[in-house]
Design a protein around this ligand. Structure first.
Ligand SMILES: [Mn+2]
Length: 547
């Protein structure tokens, strides 16, 4: 395992120095940010025009149309503006344009037709719209006002006639990691100020949830403020549906990780697997109606999603196996819905320890999703790759089908930098106790771009019989100073199955430190998160060892 230490041997590792290393300059302010870190809504370009336009249409009792984007940020932002308008005037005509499946914004023809049929006077596009100028111009020709409340980078030409409120396009706004729901919240605040109302305060919880669901960088003070708001007290979750969902699915001291694993998939899977009726049930529940039903819907869709991913992988097993000798798995399939490409590629990558592309052949290209440890920037340099869009280890990708063989050759011969970044490295017998104490009780801090500290521990010698196997292949190794725990350790057990109980094994691993409390007893513990983070080999004692 090749690792790189974040800290040098002379630096002391404290919570303070750790956060500083991640670029947080005022740690006290970050951990407990005052309200002043919230940026004024008036720093956003075009805010006054946007708020005035919305206010005008409220007073005119216009027809409002809200375009809903197909993910949790889209649901939260569209719900927010819908409810917000209804608080101003409960008789206001507001239509929520729900997508069929994982379509996006007004790119969907059905949505555009619906807008025209409804004879909207104003179209609001939260969490999208920045890069859809073509369609927007078309609607504006019909005399509609368009307000775009977005946080996506402008990549195409932006509609010049629409009112665009976007943190990425507002030089005075410093929080470039706010979610679409966050931008929508700022717009509600601005309308509040024009109308002398305070309705926006009811929706702070949705901003916090969307920052988690949209994987926004949490190192900005403003995002931290929104996060702390939903983490510090469940009673701050004012939305009745989310309150119940948190109450049913989470224990009392939940973290961001819990929200992204136990809450967010229940909404995103409704978009992937549910019907429009199911999605409608979520919106109704957010208004306080039939909450139990919506929780059932979310749970049902999440289970179905897990099952469909499993089925797809089973169905393509032959294709996966046939690429056993390649360093990347490329699956081109007609049957897999677009919305499942990323999930399946990620799963296959986990299974095979190799990067994976899952997509569909369109023309001379395979278009789909990429997941894996090779950074997408490295793939983008290859001549066979036609498009890379998204994050470094999770992105959309295009690949020329006729060049597939040469693409694979390139990957098979590629020098891939597999260095893992860790906080610091220790020999197995030299792990200081402070490592566990320093970060104990701070689970609530960690999240996107601010990962929990991890340490590389090398040269641990144990006997095979010291390895305990618990329920669900959870592995536990006890040493005199600390325990090592790994969930789902099936592959690890596979690696050591031929050794005898009395064989010595040498283990190197990367783990997150914590203090586990059980029946009042405290145990220092490292948690290993992935099979790639642990190495094991048979250890033969040398002459020096015996001296
Ligand atoms: Mn978003």
């Amino acid at each position: 395992m090749k690792v790189e230490n974040l800290f040098s041997p002379y630096e002391s590792i404290t919570l303070d120095s750790y956060l500083r290393a991640y670029g947080i300059d005022n740690v006290d302010k970050y951990l407990d940010p005052p309200k002043e870190v919230l940026e004024s809504c008036w720093l956003y370009d075009n805010m006054r025009e946007c708020a005035n336009t919305i206010k005008y249409h409220i007073l005119e009792k216009s027809n409002f149309y809200i375009v809903c984007d197909a993910d949790t940020d889209g649901i939260c932002s569209s719900f927010m503006i819908y409810r917000y308008l209804k608080l101003h005037d409960k008789n206001l005509k507001v239509r929520l344009g729900l997508q069929d499946g994982k379509e996006r914004g007004i790119e969907t023809e059905r949505i555009r037709n619906d807008i025209k049929e409804y004879e909207a006077n104003i179209v609001i596009i939260p969490d999208g719209g920045t890069n859809s100028a073509l369609y927007e111009d078309d609607l504006m020709d019909l005399g509609m006002d368009i307000c775009i409340l977005d946080h996506h980078d402008p990549t195409d030409e932006v509609c010049k006639r629409a009112i665009v409120v976007n943190n990425m396009m507002s030089p005075k706004v410093t929080n470039k990691s706010l979610s679409g729901t966050g931008v929508t919240f700022k717009v509600c605040q601005a309308v509040d100020q024009l109308c002398n109302t305070k309705y926006s305060n009811k929706f702070i919880d949705l901003v916090g949830i969307s920052i988690v669901s949209d994987s926004m960088d949490i190192r900005t003070y403003e995002n931290r403020w929104f996060l702390n708001y939903i983490l510090e007290d469940k009673e701050n979750i004012r939305n009745p549906f989310f309150y119940e969902l948190f109450d049913t699915c989470l224990k009392d001291d939940y973290t961001q990780r819990d929200i992204s694993f136990k809450i967010v998939p229940k909404l995103n899977s409704v978009i992937r697997c549910g019907t429009k009726e199911d999605l409608r049930a979520i919106y109704y529940a957010m208004m306080g109606k039939d909450i139990d039903k919506a929780i059932e819907v979310g749970t049902k869709c999440h289970n179905e999603q897990v099952k469909r991913v499993e089925d797809i992988i089973k169905h393509h097993k032959d294709q996966i196996d046939a690429q056993e000798n390649d360093n990347i798995i490329v699956i081109s399939s007609r049957e897999v819905p677009k919305a499942f490409n990323g999930l399946c590629a990620g799963k296959i990558s986990d299974m095979t320890n190799k990067p994976c592309i899952m997509g569909k052949e369109i023309g001379d290209e395979i278009l789909g999703s990429y997941r894996g440890y090779i950074p997408s920037s490295q793939l983008a340099e290859l001549p066979q790759v036609t498009m890379v869009k998204g994050h470094s280890h999770a992105c959309g990708i295009g690949l020329r089908t006729s060049d597939l063989a040469s693409f694979k050759d390139e990957i098979n011969n590629m020098e891939v930098d597999t260095t893992k970044e860790v906080t610091y490295s220790f020999g197995a017998n030299n792990v200081p106790k402070g490592v566990f104490e320093t970060f104990d009780g701070y689970d609530w801090i960690w999240g996107k771009e601010l990962e929990a500290p991890s340490f590389y521990v090398h040269g641990l010698i144990i006997k095979k019989k010291d390895i305990e196997v618990l329920k669900g292949n959870t592995i536990k190794i006890k040493t005199s100073d600390y325990n090592i725990v790994m969930f789902g350790g099936g592959k690890f057990l596979e690696q050591i199955k031929d050794y005898d109980d009395d064989d010595s094994l040498m283990i190197n691993f990367i783990g997150n430190p914590s203090i586990n409390v059980w029946k009042g007893r405290k145990t220092n513990q490292f948690q290993v998160n992935s099979i790639e983070d642990i190495e094991v080999e048979k250890y033969t004692e040398t002459f020096e060892d015996l001296m």
